[in-house]
Design a protein around this ligand. Sequence first.
Ligand SMILES: *Cc1c(COP(=O)(O)O)cnc(C)c1O
Length: 368
Amino acid sequence: MTDYLPFARPSIDEETIAGVAEVLRSGWITSGPQVKAFEAALSRLCGGRAVRSFSSGTAALEVGLRLAGVGPGHEVITTPLSWVATANVVLEVGARPVFVDVDPRTRNIDLEKIEAALTPATRALIPVDLAGLPVDRDRLYSISRGKNLRVIEDAAQSFGARWRGRALGTFGDLVAFSFHANKNITTAEGGALVLPEESLIPLCEKLRLQGVARFGEDGMEVDVAGGKFNLTDVAARLGLGQLPHLQEFTDRRRELARRYFQRWDRSLECELPFEDFENSNWHMFQVVLPRHADRARFIAAMRKQGIGVGVHYPAMHLFALYRSLGWRAGQFPHAERVGRSIVTLPLFPAMTESDVSRVCAAVRKALS
Ligand SMILES: *Cc1c(COP(=O)(O)O)cnc(C)c1O
């Protein structure tokens, strides 16, 4: 029996494990020097812009919304085909998420449909780069420009991806990344927010930790209710050990994705991902199963062959919470269809070419 192949697995080297142990022995395990060093390293990857780390990508998104001034009475346009965190944070700040259907080719928000969803209450857009495939940044910012519309990029899945040669995070409005265990670079749990201006740093730091501002030797003031969203030094040290591998991980994922395209049996009538070998960081390799296939049975059949399959994601406007806010089946046919039949196949840097072949053979068997 061959080893079980999960759909995602982090690659953590021994030097990093030793470094984390050192932090654990150091006497300082929560936010401290490692967090500072991690933020400095992230800032270098983001063209020198200010970056602050968080305990999760969700926290980074929520603080991004607050820094953009989004609150009660505001609408925020986003995609229904994402991890539910994307819309939950809008509710957390007291605003209303407004969904716009996806383009079935990219599975990302259909930018052509945004204008029709704008109202006088629209305050921000949250584009999501599903599977690491970037939303068209040129068209995105041409929509927001000159309209008093802020953008909070949900780049949770697209750390290391590019748009026309520029790394995500080096340009744009607010950009949120996640370092959850399944993401391309991990701190186990964690995230980061790239700020468009240094002047936002003090408020960003207050919103991250209880609204507290310190001054002098013993001064403390609180003038806003912040969260408890700081990253630990243990997590930051893990992140510092991951960052030097970013390019190598991205390159490897791209190679494995290419292998999937080469090995895939086109007669199975699955919808393959958008074939982008320039911008995407290939966070996931996702296919939409043919209409006649039963997804639950497919997943069980793959598991029996020792292969893990993920579901990312059901269209979120159909969750009970969002239906209670008025969203209905039939409103976003592309997201609904993709959300019903999409599966995530194994893709992570430590996989081999023969693992890809094994997955392709197992898919053929599971669908026959
Ligand atoms: C992972 C993810 C998040 C949330 O990040 P966490 O670190 O898990 O809080 C938000 N949006 C998308 C699209 C994600 O994939």
